[in-house]
Structure formats: C-alpha cells, structure tokens
Write a protein of this length. Structure first.
Length: 222
C-alpha cells in the first residue's frame, strides 16, 4: 500500500517554515515535541505550525487499486532566516489516520483499523511520526508556483529513522510560512511489512506497493 509524506514524511515533510524568538525556551507537545530553544540553536526564528490550517493526505497503491486518506498534524516549529526556511521539526499524529475513498462505513473502519495495527503503523506503540529538517537548498531558476527548494531531513516512523529528500514549494511572507510537497516514502524501511514484496516472496496479486505518497500543505505562523 502506498500513501501520500510525512513525512516529508512521514512528508515531509512535509512543511517547512518558522519564525519566533531565538531565545525562547517554550516546549511544544510532549510526544516527540520540539522546543523553541532547540530550534533556535540551529539558527533562525521559530514559526509555530498551525495544525488547523495544515493538511496531510496519503495515497497507497496495490495491484488493481489504491486507497487515500488524511493524517493530522500534531504540531511543530519551523525556522526562517532572511525570509527563507533553514530548518525545523514537526510531529504527525499517526492515530488520526483516515480513509476517504471507501464509502461503506464497515469496510472503511476495517481498513483504518488495519492501518493502525502492527501490520502497518502500530499506532498504539508508535502514536506519532516526526520529520526533522537537516537542510533546505534553493532550486535555481524555479518557475512561479513550482517547487523552489530541495528539502533533506530525517523521517521517523515506528521508531525507525531514515533520510528523506524531496522538492517543496515554500513561501515566507508577512509572518506566515507555507510549504507544499509530495513526499515519496518507502514503507519497507520503516518495517511496515504487510503485503510488501520486500519481506514476502509469495504474495502474487496481493502485493501492495512499498512506496506511498504523503502530500503536505503546511502553514506556520510567527
């Protein structure tokens, strides 16, 4: 099965802008929380991610079909210096995952329950995923409305951390930072095994793609 990033993701994330006080030491939420002090030490001003104004969607494919849905942003802070994103971190609420393409309430519930189980994301033991931005580099001569930055960072899902990179469209204006990106995540790297040909050789037509897409539309404010 394939899903829309997290990341960067799990997308990133998935995503990236922030502004605040370099000297602030206020902490965000407990699980995988990001402190302003920690972010400020990397350089830049912290903007707080606004979960209610941010959207994450996922899309996963299998032989003969696909599924899509939503995931909620829990929070985070992103760094801006000289009107450009320079770093940050955010947290995704994996327990919030939903499906949007199955109309039967019973079948929808079965799929969502399966996604939350240990076959997929094991949300009881791993209720959140995180993305930490390590570098943001401008894309030369980027066309208006097209990705204008390359983002590299570390995505953590089910307690496993792997590097992820992706192009993103980022803006910073009047104390508001926005970022949009489609992040490809290889679930096999995070021990998401169900239906994966990376772990099972006899699946036949029951194979679910290892790669899923997380589409990020993030808003952060000063």
């Amino acid at each position: 099965m394939k899903k829309t990033a997290i990341l960067a993701s799990m997308a990133a994330t998935l995503l990236f802008t922030a502004c605040g006080d370099n000297t602030s030491t206020t902490a965000t939420a407990e699980n995988n929380a990001v402190t302003t002090e920690a972010l400020a030490s990397d350089g830049g001003e912290a903007y707080a991610v606004v979960p209610a104004e941010s959207n994450l969607t996922w899309n996963g494919k299998k032989i003969g079909g696909e599924h899509s849905g939503n995931i909620s942003m829990q929070g985070g802070e992103l760094l801006v210096a000289n009107d450009a994103v320079v770093g940050g971190e955010f947290t995704i609420d994996m327990a919030s995952i939903t499906n949007t393409d199955i109309t039967s309430a019973e079948d929808n519930g079965k799929l969502v329950g399966h996604l939350k189980s240990d076959d997929f994301f094991g949300v009881e033991q791993h209720p959140t995923a995180t993305f930490k931005i390590n570098s943001v580099s401008p894309i030369a001569n980027a066309a208006a409305g097209q990705p204008n930055y390359n983002v590299e960072g570390d995505l953590t899902i089910k307690g496993k951390t792997n590097p992820v990179s992706f192009p993103a469209t980022v803006t910073v204006e009047n104390g508001v930072a926005t970022a949009k990106a489609d992040v490809t995540v290889d679930r096999a790297k995070y021990d998401v095994r169900y239906g994966s040909k990376s772990f099972f050789s006899d699946l036949g037509d029951n194979v679910i793609d290892d790669n899923f897409i997380v589409s990020l539309d993030i808003t952060a404010k000063q």
